[in-house]
Write a protein that binds this ligand. Structure first.
Ligand code: GLY
Length: 371
């Protein structure tokens, strides 16, 4: 069976499972499946950063299949997120994850004017977090004016989109300043990446880097590495700045060297002690999307490295880390939100499923660009 046939067969299983999940969920917004069941994160916390990923899955499948139920459900989820705009105080830089997958995806596929407004509203909120002296976008709230996390690289595509939607280069300037700051301070020379950079909010000097959701200071949280791989590849796609592609490749090569040692499924932190073993499938599926994005931009002789790494990841996921039973929620098992969060190690999480589905659709050339 070639890769296309394999991916086609996986896609049929994805559809069967998502269709059952849809019946159970109605317009609820899933996050983590506990004992095989999702609960509604839209009720628990409207501003939670993952609240767009289910819609992202539905828009990708709508684009691939045209089935109206995917679109209708995603639109209901998008309307529910209006409450998050009202809850404003809880919002953060993750407005990219939240509204790229909902309003912007909707607008891209249907030109719905209300979705355009929502996407622009979110982009203005993200741009409003820019520190013009420090030249970065602050990530979190509270007393963390100088904190930037690597995850931000997957939020700034909202600004590239707004730049085009409004024909206003300010959004692109902010995104590029931020990407430069991350590239020059949070990505290390050996291709590994810190999770958090703490900058002086007065002038943007780097004060320290922190381990964040990884093992500790100086460590290498695998999902953070994946955010960098895919994020810089996307920044290259939107700006054609060669340094971004070089950065994506540098982190990708480091990531590939690490996952080759563990059957293409990363541990949660590449620099944690060897035991206990905690794997993170979400790092794997996000990196697979990043590898396939890089492969679009490199010369032909470099493509197999990235395409093969992506396929190896996806096959390893399907071999050992999926649940195709239609009576339980969650497809991809074994995502780990944070190295030290003991109560949620190796569990099904919505963004693992999102990146898995996007990567399978990418293999089939049936995806559309949400980022
Ligand atoms: N963006 C938060 C996380 O990756 O868990």
């Amino acid at each position: 069976m070639d890769n296309q046939q394999w991916a086609t067969q996986v896609l049929s299983k994805i559809e069967l499972k998502v269709d059952q999940e849809l019946q159970r969920l109605g317009d609820q917004i899933p996050y983590m499946a506990v004992d095989g069941r999702y609960t509604d994160m839209g009720v628990k916390d409207t501003t939670w950063w993952t609240n767009g990923f289910w819609s992202g899955i539905l828009w990708q499948l709508y684009h691939a299949t045209g089935k109206p139920i995917y679109k209708e459900t995603a639109q209901k989820n998008e309307e529910r997120l209006d409450q998050a705009f009202l809850d404003f105080k809880g919002l953060h830089h993750d407005v990219g994850f939240m509204w790229l997958h909902t309003a912007v995806a909707n607008y891209r596929l249907t030109q719905n004017p209300k979705s355009l407004q929502r996407g622009l509203h979110a982009a203005e909120l993200l741009a409003g977090r820019y520190n013009p002296r420090g030249q970065f976008i602050r990530s979190w709230n509270r007393d963390r004016a100088g904190w930037v996390i690597i995850d931000s690289m997957l939020n700034i595509p909202l600004l590239y989109w707004a730049q085009e939607a409004l024909d206003d280069p300010r959004f692109g300037f902010i995104a590029e300043d931020h990407a430069d700051k991350v590239m020059n301070n949070i990505v290390r020379a050996d291709g590994s990446v810190a999770h958090i950079g703490v900058f002086d909010p007065q002038d943007g000097t780097l004060l320290e880097t922190l381990g964040g959701q990884g093992y500790g200071v100086g460590s290498s949280w695998s999902r953070g590495q994946a955010w960098a791989i895919y994020g810089f590849a996307l920044s290259y796609r939107h700006t054609h700045k060669a340094a971004y592609l070089d950065t994506a490749k540098k982190v990708a090569n480091y990531f590939i060297a690490n996952i080759q040692k563990t059957g293409y499924i990363p541990v949660s932190d590449f620099r944690a002690p060897q035991t206990p073993v905690k794997v993170d499938t979400s790092a794997a599926t996000c990196a697979a999307c990043g590898f396939l994005e890089i492969a679009r931009h490199v010369p032909e002789n470099e493509r197999p490295l990235y395409e093969e790494a992506a396929v190896n990841i996806l096959k390893a996921i399907v071999e050992k880390h999926v649940d195709w039973r239609t009576e339980t929620d969650g497809i991809v098992l074994d995502a780990t939100p944070a190295y030290h969060e003991e109560e949620t190690v190796q569990t099904p999480i919505i963004y693992s499923d999102y990146y898995f589905i996007e990567a399978i659709l990418r293999l089939l050339n049936q995806n559309f660009l949400i980022w």
